[in-house]
Design a protein around this ligand. Structure first.
Ligand code: NI
Ligand code: MN
Length: 227
């Protein structure tokens, strides 16, 4: 059993046995996040790209807990330079960790890291296919729709897909429905919406459109499900 908790925006925790994987920890400054960064004790942190609403609190949490930051090489290099612990990868590459396997998938997006009024190169943004506790979870990161989602769906029997529906910065609901057609996951949790006015969406209406395609679980920040 894998315990999946949504913490708002694109942030999730995956728990299986002693393993606690935190994804895109935008906690501090996230108006919908129900927890404080200090209350989390992850053993690994997956970061899809360098934008502040995804890298978020990853560095201070890693420094406090020793959790390994897993991301593309450039984001990890930046984190290592700030005193965090990390493991750099790149798109198409997979690696076995103590909690399971992670493979980086493409994402059509940007990835600059902004800090102290400066901007660092964040490499290529990514998504993740995560194998944990016998389950397969696809977290797409921030991305527009792309045709290779069909390939991701063909190569993986996806138990859960976490997909953005906010529009403007990522796929909106129309394209997210197309993504579900290609990925063929058993279950979908929408993300990256209603954190700010610019990405306001109706997740229940989106869920109704997935009828016959996949089960849609709309989670409020703080809610969870078992896989
Ligand atoms: Ni972004
Ligand atoms: Mn974002």
């Amino acid at each position: 059993m894998v315990h999946v908790k949504f913490l708002g925006h694109s942030c999730f925790t995956l728990e299986h046995g002693p393993h606690r994987v935190l994804i895109d920890p935008f906690l501090t400054g996230n108006p919908v996040c129900p927890v404080k960064a200090d209350s989390l004790h992850p053993t690994a942190i997956l970061v899809s790209h360098g934008h502040g609403d995804h890298l978020g609190d990853a560095i201070p949490i890693s420094k406090r807990t020793g959790a390994l930051i897993i991301s593309c090489y450039e984001v990890v290099s930046f984190c290592l330079g700030q005193g965090a612990t990390g493991h750099g990868m790149h798109i198409g590459g997979g690696h076995d960790f103590d909690f399971g396997r992670v493979k980086l998938t493409p994402a059509w997006h940007g990835s600059a890291i902004e800090f102290d009024g400066q901007s660092a190169y964040g490499g290529t943004p990514c998504g993740f296919v995560i194998r944990i506790g016998g389950k397969t979870i696809y977290h797409s990161g921030d991305t527009g729709l792309f045709g290779d989602m069909e390939l991701i769906g063909r190569l993986n029997k996806i138990d859960l897909a976490c997909l953005p529906i906010g529009d403007n910065y990522t796929m909106g609901p129309d394209d997210a429905v197309e993504a579900v057609r290609m990925l063929k996951p058993a279950r979908v949790v929408p993300m990256h919406y209603n954190t700010f006015d610019l990405i306001r969406q109706d997740p229940e209406a989106f869920g109704k459109r997935l009828d016959h395609l996949a089960e849609c679980s709309v989670l409020k920040p703080g809610e969870s499900l078992e896989l």
